[in-house]
Design a binder for this molecule. Structure first.
Ligand code: GAL
Length: 478
């Protein structure tokens, strides 16, 4: 081998070695880089799943195994109050208020004669006796009592007064709601609860009407569902005035709570012994996909807007970052209206006409939302923060065929009995509703009654679920 050849070989070898050395370096560089990336991704996945795991542990979506629970065994204390609930505009018929105005303007189904309760209330009180309830929650219609501003209709006041006497003579305790979604057109035209200065009209009305009845009526609900009223009317556009602005809805909700606080203090001043609260709809929001952080974020936001803000107003005098001082501690009891939970994602339907999602094992009710009695327990957890008695002021189901209502009723009562046994201070249950009635945006299509109503001839017929309720009550009233 010549010296030249060996030098060339050596050079080649050195060059090869250098190339392979560089390649090795490059490879290990890329290897380290991709390991770093993998590490970063791994850490992100770990953090994400720990966070989601933690959220799942902290906020479980409880589901009971109903097949293995005997809901026929229900134990309630003797002092428990059994009731049913209605609202003036949904049953009375021929009102002239913000709702009838909205029904006409939006071409909605008209409430018309509703259940013609204004003319048939004596007979309807007999239905209460037939059921065996010891209390009846109903509302008085501001637009009947003050149809024009400052114009007081003594005849209408007298009818409500007669209703109260009739109930008491039958051993049924009245619970009156002062505002259940409807009010006079003159109040609506001034801007209703959207305008803070209008709150005084409502407060004056309540202070004026209260002394007529407060000698005989002890239980008062100032307002029904400030949450539903404001969100359906000002954000979802499905209740009057039909607007679609979340900010307006929040403003109205706050004003309604301020109105509640003012009314509470006025009524307590007029009669310190009366028992005054409000009916709060607690809807539980759960993430649709429990691994999706966006669904969790939406859930937290909605739970705060719908439930947390009102609880915070009552417990801390603060709502949406603003002070509502007179609202703090302004309730002797909290009324709970409980219907369902809503599975939440950032793309929630903007109208209730769209079917809401449900878990595969859940029964979907006619209204499109799932039957979820377990949520009632979770709802009381929100309310327990207030440390005042809970009255279940509404619970029921739309079920024209009455195929779900008996089960629905028994499951919810089972949860309530269980909560009472665990020490939660729940004093009453008012089933929604005594009879089928005008279901607001859904008109007459949704039937919530323990009594079926034939709107052709206004005949009321006790449903099987009504009989079930009747039996449960009579078993406990012995
Ligand atoms: C509640 C409302 C009742 C009744 C019920 C059934 O939100 O207070 O008036 O309509 O829903 O959907």
């Amino acid at each position: 081998m010549s010296a030249d050849t060996s030098t060339t070989k050596f050079r080649h070898n050195t060059a090869d070695n250098q190339v392979s050395h560089h390649t090795k370096l490059d490879n290990s560089f890329y290897c380290i880089k991709s390991m770093q990336w993998l590490l970063v991704i791994g850490i992100i996945v770990l953090l994400y799943s720990s966070l989601v795991g933690l959220l799942n542990i902290l906020f479980p979506e409880k589901h009971l195994d109903w097949d293995n629970i005997n809901t026929d065994v229900l134990n309630f204390p003797e002092t428990f109050t059994w009731g049913v609930a209605t609202a003036a505009h949904q049953i009375e018929g021929h009102n002239v208020n913000n709702w009838t105005q909205f029904e006409d303007r939006e071409n909605k189904e008209s409430s018309g004669s509703a259940c013609d309760h204004w003319n048939r209330w004596q007979d309807d009180h007999n239905l209460l006796v037939e059921l065996g309830v010891s209390s009846y929650r109903f509302s008085i219609e501001w637009s009947r009592i003050e149809p024009n501003q400052g114009d007081w209709n003594e005849d209408a006041i007298q009818v409500y007064s007669d209703m109260i006497d009739s109930l008491i003579s039958k051993g049924i305790e009245p619970m009156i709601t002062l505002h259940h979604f409807s009010h006079p057109i003159w109040f609506e035209e001034k801007g209703g609860f959207y305008q803070q200065q209008n709150i005084s009209y409502f407060v004056d009305y309540c202070s004026r009407i209260f002394p007529y009845f407060s000698d005989r009526v002890n239980k008062w609900c100032t307002v029904n569902e400030p949450d539903v009223f404001s969100i359906m009317g000002y954000h979802m556009g499905m209740f009057p005035p039909g607007l679609r602005s979340p900010l307006k809805a929040i403003r109205v909700m706050k004003n309604v709570m301020v109105a509640h606080g003012e009314v509470y203090h006025r009524l307590k001043h007029l009669n310190p012994n009366s028992y005054v609260g409000l009916a709060k709809n607690v809807t539980i929001f759960d993430p649709y996909r429990r691994w999706n952080l966006l669904h969790w974020l939406t859930t937290f936001a909605l739970n705060y807007i719908w439930n947390g803000a009102i609880i915070s107003a009552l417990s801390r005098g603060k709502m949406y970052g603003k002070s509502v001082t007179k609202v703090k501690n302004s309730a002797d009891f909290i009324g709970l209206n409980y219907y369902t939970h809503v599975l939440t994602s950032p793309f929630l339907p903007q109208t209730t006409e769209i079917d809401l999602p449900s878990r595969s094992h859940e029964t979907v009710t006619e209204f499109g939302y799932p039957m979820y009695a377990e949520g009632l327990e979770r709802a009381t957890k929100w309310l327990n923060k207030l440390a005042i008695p809970i009255e279940i002021t509404e619970n029921g189901v739309a079920d024209g065929e009455d195929s779900l209502r008996p089960t629905h009723l028994k499951r919810h009562l089972w949860v309530i009995a269980d909560l009472i046994a665990k020490g939660v201070d729940i004093r009453s249950y008012y089933h929604w509703s005594l009879m089928d009635n005008f279901e607001w945006a859904e008109g007459y299509s949704m039937r919530f009654g323990l009594y079926h109503v034939d709107y052709e001839n206004q005949q009321r017929t006790l449903r099987n679920s009504g009989k079930t309720y009747q039996q449960i009550i009579s078993r406990h009233n012995k």
